[in-house]
Design a protein around this ligand. Structure first.
Ligand code: CS2
Length: 495
């Protein structure tokens, strides 16, 4: 049964479906970057509100700024923007929910005018983003906006027909200001420390180059809340699609699969209203910093700690890595001994329970979370997920071996071959540079550390780090993953 409005009533019992009249609702948010994560997180919180009879003016219009977004738009449009969420837990309980929170989808190249109209409509009161860690045109080492990025240069030359996320937001706000319409809130949902501040810096920097008055208006009127978002959402595979069909008869071109866990901690700074997400479990706070440091350092950092070593051993999924005791002990040690000492108190959270939950979540066999996904875009992830921990450790004179091993594992992984000689795909926009860097064995360490975008200038200057990195890399190259981990635990316990 193909999913659509027409087949909603015929779905098998037990499938949760929209309980609100979709034709009596309107769009209040534009979301740029509709992938699995948005559909399993912000859209679900909003759907829960809609199902309770709230948020009727807050349905979502998806927006795509990359050519890859067309496939998602086409899949969703063909099923009236409905899609299925499959929540899978360890004991193979599956909750299946049809979600109606998305009401439309516009692509910047195909629906240019309609998208700009939507951004300047008074009904649009939030523009939210999941454009990935690398999607903010921000230089990680300096925190500065990349004014010379070709896509930004293009938009600044054609500001009224922008193609980038930043250009679109600025043009939407430009039109609103000209028409006397209140601005929308810009809400980042990416895994970046201070994601709202990063979005703000990018939009303000762009606006300053475009029009000083626009810059000043945005500076004074637009809010950019910081938020911590969390839900492990694997890439949807054909196997996931088939499982759904086998269990329910539902044919969905692009369902989304996620773990049951769901968390969102958000600053309550919205310049033009917001859905009452607190009714469905979103935690509002004045300062999201301790939550995001905890989540990004432990979860996202923990993911990087496992994923390259796991891939080198030939594993495909996160739960397989966690079943390997040497690896799961290493990940937990990294969380306990490297990340935790640098964290401040997190109100309402017991860190050791939080970490227990993380280990369980990583071990969830039902979701089959792909290491390829976790390894992807690593050059953009390291500066946010692991290097803040490394810098904190260098500053405090802590042992660096475990953290250095994460970077060594990534470096070794860039060779593209696992310990059994099998090749695996590497997904990274910076792949050609990275591959070149690891091509000449004698120059790998200085070559990697010279990638300033990732490592800044400081890390290559830390003798303690350079020597820990070189040592771990040499061990991986000569002894392999398991032996390196054994040596690591024995040498650290001796210290
Ligand atoms: C992962 C995240 O991509 C990654 O590296 O660590 O996508 C992670 O699954 C989410 O942040 C969980 O909230």
């Amino acid at each position: 049964m193909k999913l659509s409005s027409a087949t909603l009533a015929d779905l098998p019992e037990g499938v949760i479906r929209p309980e609100y009249p979709r034709n009596e609702t309107s769009i209040g948010m534009v979301h740029i970057g509709v992938g699995g994560f948005h559909r399993a997180h912000q859209a679900i919180y909003t759907e829960q509100l809609l199902n309770l009879g709230h948020a009727t003016q807050w349905r979502i219009c998806g927006a795509g700024v990359r050519s890859a977004d067309k496939a998602m738009k086409d899949a969703l449009a063909a099923q009236d923007y409905l899609y299925t969420l499959c929540e899978l837990d360890e004991s193979d309980n599956t909750a299946i929910q049809i979600v109606g929170a998305i009401a439309d989808f516009l692509l910047v190249d195909e629906d240019h005018q309609a998208l700009l109209d939507r951004l300047s409509s008074p009904d649009t009161r939030i523009v939210s983003l999941t454009v990935t860690e690398g999607g903010y045109f921000t230089d990680d080492s300096s925190g500065e906006f990349k004014t010379s990025d070709p896509a930004i240069v293009r938009d600044l030359e054609n500001p009224t027909s922008p193609m980038t996320m930043v250009g679109l937001i600025a043009e939407g706000l430009f039109r609103r200001r000209a028409a006397g319409i209140k601005p929308f809130t810009v809400m980042s949902c990416d895994n970046l420390p201070h994601n709202g501040d990063v979005a703000r810096k990018a939009v303000l920097s762009y606006a300053a180059l475009r029009d000083k008055a626009l810059h000043d208006w945005i500076n004074a009127e637009v809010s950019f809340p910081n938020g911590m978002v969390d839900r492990i959402t694997p890439m949807t595979s054909d196997q996931h699609r088939q499982q759904l069909e086998a269990r329910t008869g539902i044919i969905d071109a692009w369902p989304v699969v996620a773990e049951p866990f769901l968390q969102w901690v958000l600053e309550d700074k919205f310049c033009n209203g917001r859905p009452e997400w607190e009714r469905v479990g979103v935690q509002f706070t004045d300062d999201v910093t301790p939550y995001e440091e905890m989540k990004i350092g432990l979860l996202n950092g923990g993911h990087l700690a496992m994923t390259f070593l796991g891939t080198l051993l030939g594993y495909e999924y996160a739960h397989e890595v966690m079943a390997d005791e040497l690896l799961s002990n290493y990940v937990r040690d990294y969380m306990d001994k490297d990340v935790t000492p640098l964290l401040s108190d997190v109100p309402g959270i017991d860190l050791s329970e939080y970490k227990d939950t993380l280990i369980q979540r990583f071990s969830n066999r039902a979701i089959c979370d792909q290491l390829t996904r976790i390894c992807s875009d690593a050059a953009a992830k390291f500066p946010k997920f692991v290097l803040p921990t490394l810098r904190g450790q260098i500053k405090r004179g802590m042992p660096l071996d475990r953290t250095a091993l994460i970077i060594a594992a990534w470096t070794h992984y860039l060779q593209g071959v696992d310990e059994a000689g099998r090749e695996y795909p590497i997904l990274d926009p910076q792949l050609s540079l990275l591959r070149q860097t690891v091509a000449e064995p004698a120059l790998i360490v200085p070559g990697m550390l010279a990638i300033e975008d990732v490592f800044g200038q400081d890390l290559g200057e830390s003798d303690a780090f350079v020597s820990a990195f070189s040592e771990q890399l040499l061990r991986l190259q000569t002894l392999g993953v398991h032996q390196t981990l054994k040596l690591l635990s024995s040498s650290i316990s001796r210290k």
